[in-house]
Design a protein around this ligand. Structure first.
Ligand SMILES: Cc1cc2nc3c(=O)[nH]c(=O)nc-3n(C[C@H](O)[C@H](O)[C@H](O)COP(=O)(O)O)c2cc1C
Length: 255
């Protein structure tokens, strides 16, 4: 028996959303370039992105999320102006994932190229305090985007039998993936901004957006269209054989 979908307005999928699913999954990427602040996200595209989030799988179908769409210029500017440097631990742990050449990244197969980050990050063995100077304003890129999505969850509504609400967190990840894939299919660029979802920036955002106490920020992402054609950069993944096992842990048979 095939399930029926209920509720919500009928959504007509544009042709771009019909691209092969693996092609959309592979081409989805993080866009760390400035977005054209004047080029709005089309209403129908936003509707489809929210629709994709709406149908995300969640533990016990608890739908443990709400989404705050921010496209008011003054509010985006206020978030962009937040001065709240992240901790040295945050910086150090992020910095540890960087490779300083394409060869190094190809060999590691995980992490990111340092060249995609602000100048202080591109220096091998940089001191955290130097990097900190570049990161005083975690919302800085906000000034160059027309829309921010803040995905919220209510920490009191834990998924049943889930220690640390890990199932709830996985559910929020499904929401992220659904909306990101839909944005990719529509040609809308996305960047997750983790610095906005944790202390100390979160406190400023709570105040600016009037978030009620139990609501927490699961993740924030900016949406938009790059101001210039972004240059290509190397993205790596492990081979399937590096993470897939067959029947018994350690038995590599795929990839
Ligand atoms: C939970 C989560 C948090 C992330 N936080 C950030 C972030 O703060 N800034 C950023 O530029 N990218 C962030 N990313 C994007 C990852 O760095 C990116 O997905 C990964 O490097 C793979 O690159 P790709 O998205 O281009 O495939 C985050 C992704 C996830 C899933």
């Amino acid at each position: 028996m095939s399930p029926r979908l209920t509720g919500g307005a009928a959504v007509v999928l544009p042709e771009s959303a019909m691209r092969d699913i693996l092609e959309v999954i592979r081409s989805r990427h993080s866009s760390r370039v400035p977005f054209d602040a004047k080029r709005r996200i089309l209403d129908q595209d936003l509707q489809l992105i929210l629709e994709a989030a709406r149908w995300a799988p969640t533990a016990h179908n608890m739908q443990n999320f709400e989404i705050l769409v921010v496209d008011d210029e003054a509010i985006l500017a206020a978030i962009g102006a937040i001065q709240a440097p992240p901790s040295q631990t945050f910086l150090r742990e992020n910095y540890d994932q960087l490779s300083f050449s394409e060869d190094e990244l190809r060999q590691r197969k995980t992490g990111l190229l340092a060249s995609m980050f602000p100048a202080p990050w591109r220096v091998p063995k940089a001191r955290p305090e130097d990097v900190l100077d570049a990161e005083r304003s975690p919302g800085g890129s906000m000034q160059t985007c027309p829309m921010l999505l803040i995905v919220l969850y209510d920490a009191r509504r834990r998924a049943p039998a889930s220690e640390g609400d890990v199932l709830g967190m996985i559910s929020l990840g499904c929401v992220m993936q659904n909306l990101w894939l839909m944005a990719e299919a529509l040609g809308v660029s996305v960047q997750i901004l983790s610095a906005l979802s944790g202390a100390p920036a979160e406190d400023h955002i709570r105040r600016i957006l009037g978030l009620p106490a139990p609501m927490k920020i699961a993740f924030a992402c900016r949406l938009g269209y790059p101001t210039a054609a972004p240059g290509s950069y190397l993205r790596v993944r492990r081979d399937i054989g590096d993470f897939a096992h067959h029947n018994r842990y350690g038995r590599r048979a795929f990839g």
